[in-house]
Design a protein around this ligand. Structure first.
Ligand SMILES: [Cu+2]
Length: 250
C-alpha cells in the first residue's frame, strides 16, 4: 500500500508539469501594403511575434520584376509614425515632397514613416546596417517572402507603431530601373528609382493567439535565383544597372 501511494504521488507531480509550462501565445500584426510613387504595387505583410522572435511574411504583386527590392520595418518604436502621403495625388503630398519634383524620396518619406528598425533580407544580417544590402533582397515583381529572426525588445513591444516599406520602382515607366536621372537621397551613386518607396503599410495588431497567416508550405523568398544574380552587382554598378521589365499582371 505504501508503495502504491508513492507511485501515485510521483504520477501527480509529472501530470502537473505540462500545466506549469504553458507556452507564450504568439501575437500577429498585419500591414496592407499600398502603392507609393504610383507604383501600382500592392501586398500584405504579416509579423508574428513569439517573444522577440519575429516571423515576417511579405506577399505582393505588381512590383518591378528583376531588380532588388529593399524592404524594411520602419518607424521609431512607440512613436507617432504614419506611412504619410505616398503619391502625388495624396493630400499633403506637396508638403512631404520637399524638393517639389513629384517624387517621394526615402529622405522625404522618413519624417513620416521613420527610420529602419529591421532589414527584410533573404539571408544574413537583418539589422538596419543591411538597409541597402541589395544582393540580399527579393528581386521578383511578385513578392513571396518569409523569414524568422530576432528583434529587439523595444521593437517587439512597439510593433504596432511600425511600418513595412518596400523600395525600388520604375518612376518614369521606361521598363528599367536606374534611368530616372535623379540621385538617390540615400546614396548619390544610386538612381532615385533604386530606393524610392514602392509601397508602405502600417502594422496593426490582430487578435492574440490567431492562426498563423499565409499558406502553409510556402517558405523563404521565391526570388533566390534573381537575388544571387544581383549579388554580382556592387552598389556603384547598381546606379547604372538597367533591368528589363517583364510586366507582371495580377
Ligand atoms: Cu525602407
Amino acid at each position: 500500500m505504501r508503495k502504491t501511494l508513492t507511485t501515485l504521488a510521483a504520477t501527480g507531480a509529472m501530470l502537473a508539469l505540462p500545466i506549469a509550462a504553458s507556452a507564450q501565445t504568439p501575437t500577429t500584426f498585419t500591414a496592407n501594403l499600398t502603392q507609393a510613387n504610383e507604383s501600382g504595387a500592392s501586398g500584405t505583410a504579416t509579423v508574428t511575434l513569439d517573444g522577440t522572435t519575429a516571423t515576417v511574411r511579405v506577399d505582393g504583386n505588381n512590383f518591378f520584376d528583376g531588380f532588388p527590392h529593399a524592404m524594411h520595418i520602419h518607424g521609431e518604436p512607440g512613436g507617432d509614425n504614419v506611412c504619410g502621403p505616398l503619391n502625388p495625388s495624396d493630400s499633403g503630398f506637396d508638403a512631404a515632397d520637399e524638393d517639389g519634383d513629384g517624387i517621394l524620396s526615402v529622405a522625404e518619406g522618413v519624417p513620416a514613416y521613420g527610420g529602419i528598425q529591421a532589414s527584410l533580407t533573404t539571408e544574413g544580417d537583418t539589422s538596419p546596417d543591411s538597409g541597402l544590402a541589395v544582393e540580399r533582397f527579393p528581386t521578383s515583381g511578385t513578392l513571396d517572402y518569409e523569414r524568422t529572426f530576432e528583434v529587439s525588445q523595444d521593437v517587439a513591444d512597439n510593433m504596432s507603431s511600425l511600418h513595412v516599406v518596400v523600395h525600388a520602382t520604375d518612376l518614369n515607366d521606361s521598363g528599367e530601373i536606374g534611368d530616372q536621372g535623379t540621385p538617390s537621397s540615400l546614396d548619390p551613386d544610386l538612381d532615385i528609382e533604386a530606393t524610392a518607396p514602392a509601397a508602405c503599410g502600417q502594422l496593426v495588431a490582430s487578435a492574440a493567439g490567431g492562426v498563423a497567416t499565409g499558406a502553409g508550405g510556402t517558405t523563404e523568398s521565391g526570388s533566390t535565383t534573381g537575388a544571387i544574380a544581383a549579388g554580382a552587382l556592387g552598389l556603384a554598378a547598381l546606379g547604372a544597372f538597367g533591368a528589363r521589365r517583364r510586366k507582371v499582371v495580377a
